[in-house]
Design a binder for this molecule. Structure first.
Ligand SMILES: NC(=O)c1ccc[n+]([C@@H]2O[C@H](COP(=O)([O-])OP(=O)(O)OC[C@H]3O[C@@H](n4cnc5c(N)ncnc54)[C@H](O)[C@@H]3O)[C@@H](O)[C@H]2O)c1
Ligand SMILES: [Zn+2]
Ligand SMILES: [Zn+2]
Length: 361
């Protein structure tokens, strides 16, 4: 029997979100219904609300979540009712060219639930990133559920479902930061702060945090940044070079995603170094760089979607490191809130007051 639960719906472009009753069908073949326990508020939810992703309103927001599997449909063997899971937006297909080449983190055909959740009047909802977890329960493809150690608190575990994974992975997967490397991270919100943590985990010797906001720099320092640069007052490129013996950093991670920060990242890296773009630009943004500098400086210019993570490989490993006290994920939970608080949480995020507000259900 379909269930009726509460969910946070974005009804139209730029309109405030509201709580609605949503209808969650029983899981069909390959699907699972998950009782959501916690879901973080991510910038991407706000992008959806503002119509910045697509026009498929109404959206069921929320995608950074952990919970317990309630029921599974036919043919599901990877998870079972009662499993504690983190929801992911990369349920790899195993069949596409990327998967067959052994690069499933580039999968072109990741799975979502085939059935639709709806409003009570039958209007179909578009779940954010195929998840829709600002809701008591949600319907996903079973492959979107990654089982992890249930000793982790849901409000912490859920963070790995999006922004924190993107930041950690930008450093450890995409940037391939190694022991002794110098790393600069531009923009130290939830994603950038996680990149600082990832750089530290990977053994970087020098980690330079760059942000406009002193509060973000203070958090970055507590997570392992060895130096901080207050952008706005300072020439970021010069400052990074000064802190790296005049060379620039081995890896520079742009966790803002604007032409000016990308250009800083490009010039703040050492010859043959790596730039990782993990902040998401908007469609009108353009980049203008001398092609000769692109050639002459060598190295690699990479982008990182979801931290090039493979949920089945990375989530359980990162939760284990967290439980061993080796990965400070607690620092990312700035506050826990109720479903009613999502709209206010968007404002706090906008003002930079929080790394993450997390809805607990
Ligand atoms: N690639 C992915 O898979 C992925 C996943 C999740 C989020 N993101 C993106 O990552 C970006 C960051 O997300 P977040 O949650 O950390 O956002 P956030 O708003 O919490 O953090 C952004 C930070 O950048 C700082 N900043 C802004 N302009 C700056 C500048 N010119 N120089 C230095 N610092 C500056 C802000 O002060 C803030 O601390 C967003 O674009 C988001 O959409 C990407
Ligand atoms: Zn695939
Ligand atoms: Zn997100």
């Amino acid at each position: 029997m379909a269930q009726r639960v509460r969910g946070i719906v974005a009804p139209g472009k730029g309109q405030p979100v509201r709580i609605e009753t949503i209808v969650v069908p029983d899981p069909g073949p390959g699907e699972a219904v998950v009782e959501v326990q916690a879901c973080g508020v991510c910038h991407t939810d706000l992008h959806y609300r503002e119509g910045g992703i697509n026009d498929e309103f109404p959206f069921l927001l929320g995608h950074e979540a952990a919970g317990v599997v309630e029921s599974v449909g036919e043919g599901v063997s990877e998870v079972a009712p009662g499993d504690f899971v983190i929801l992911n937006w990369r349920a790899v297909c195993g069949q596409c060219r990327a998967c067959l080449r052994g690069r499933p983190w580039y999968c072109f055909d990741t799975h979502n639930a085939a059935q639709k959740m709806t409003l009570e009047d039958g209007t179909e909802l578009s779940p954010a990133l195929g998840i829709g977890a600002f809701a008591d329960k949600t319907l996903v493809a079973a492959g979107q559920c990654t089982k992890v150690d249930s000793a982790a608190e849901p409000e912490v575990a859920g963070l790995l479902g999006c922004g924190v994974m993107a930041g950690l992975g930008a450093a450890i997967n995409t940037g391939n930061v190694g022991r002794g490397d110098s790393v600069a991270v531009i923009g130290c919100g939830g994603v950038g702060a996680a990149a600082v943590l990832g750089a530290r985990l990977a053994g970087a010797a020098r980690i330079i945090a760059v942000d406009l906001d002193e509060r973000k720099l203070a958090t970055a320092s507590s997570l392992g940044a060895t130096h901080t640069i207050r952008a706005g007052d300072t020439d970021v490129v010069e400052a990074v070079r000064e802190l790296t013996g005049g060379f620039g950093a081995d890896v520079v991670i742009d966790a803002v995603g604007r032409p000016e920060t990308y250009e800083q990242a490009f010039y703040a890296r050492d010859l043959a170094g790596t730039v990782v773009l993990v902040g998401v630009p908007t469609p009108e943004m353009r980049l203008d760089l001398p092609l000769l500098d692109v050639f002459g400086r060598g190295g690699s210019l990479k982008s990182s979607w979801y931290g090039d993570c493979l949920p089945s490989r990375d989530f359980p490993m990162l939760i284990d490191l967290y439980l061993q006290g080796r990965l400070d994920l607690d620092a990312f939970v700035s506050e826990t809130i109720q479903l009613e608080g999502v709209e206010a949480a968007f404002e706090k995020m906008h003002r930079g007051d929080v790394l993450r507000s997390v809805v607990v259900l």
